[in-house]
Design a protein around this ligand. Structure first.
Ligand SMILES: [Zn+2]
Length: 198
């Protein structure tokens, strides 16, 4: 375990009746190796070593995300469309006033439609689009800078044409939101909000 210690990895090995090795990084940064019962430790260590770049990359990302989250103070401030405001504002009021308007505007602009807008409180999703053409948007979107909300709306409206995440779907998203790849990646930094009381 020499190398592993040098790098300050804290690794838990979980053995079970599985057939293959798997490496998992939990959201708190804990690294877990899932291994078959009879596999010897040196093989497990070699496996972890071979994945060291992947581990470093992901641990860095987790640290970046924690630092990002810590910049927000939801106890004393509010954040509307990416702007910090003094005091506690009612996010749901802002969401109800602003998000449906944005959806209508974008829908008209790109000519993709929906039947109904629902404002949600999901702990998992920023938005969704059902086969009944109900577009659901999380009220917490109101915290995000505009480009993220626009991406989320475009994403959901594109489901009116493609009810999946196929190549064609992403082509369509790219047509209306050329920067979607970087926006989508950046949006994962805000995912903590979904599980945060604001
Ligand atoms: Zn989708």
């Amino acid at each position: 375990m020499q190398d592993i210690k040098e790098k300050n990895y804290n690794i838990i090995i979980k053995k079970s009746k599985r057939k293959t090795l798997a490496l998992v990084i939990l959201p708190n940064g804990q690294i877990e190796v899932r291994a078959p019962l009879k596999l010897n430790t040196s093989k497990i260590i070699n496996f972890v070593k071979s994945k060291s770049r992947w581990i470093n990359r992901n641990l860095n990302l987790i640290n970046q995300k924690v630092a990002f989250k810590n910049k927000y103070d939801f106890k004393n401030y509010s954040y509307i469309l990416g702007e910090k405001r003094d005091g506690k504002l009612n996010y749901k009021d802002y969401a109800v006033n602003i998000l449906p308007k944005m959806i209508k505007e974008i829908s008209l602009k790109i000519n993709l439609d929906y039947n109904l807008i629902k404002i949600s409180n999901s702990k998992r999703l920023w938005g969704s689009y059902s086969n009944k053409k109900v577009i659901m948007i999380n009220f917490k979107c109101i915290v995000l800078p505009k480009k993220f909300i626009e991406y989320i709306i475009i994403h959901e409206l594109c489901h009116s044409k493609e009810m999946n995440h196929s190549v064609n779907f992403w082509k369509l998203v790219g047509k209306y939101c050329p920067q979607y790849k970087s926006i989508k990646k950046e949006l994962t930094f805000f995912d903590f909000l979904l599980k945060t009381e604001i």
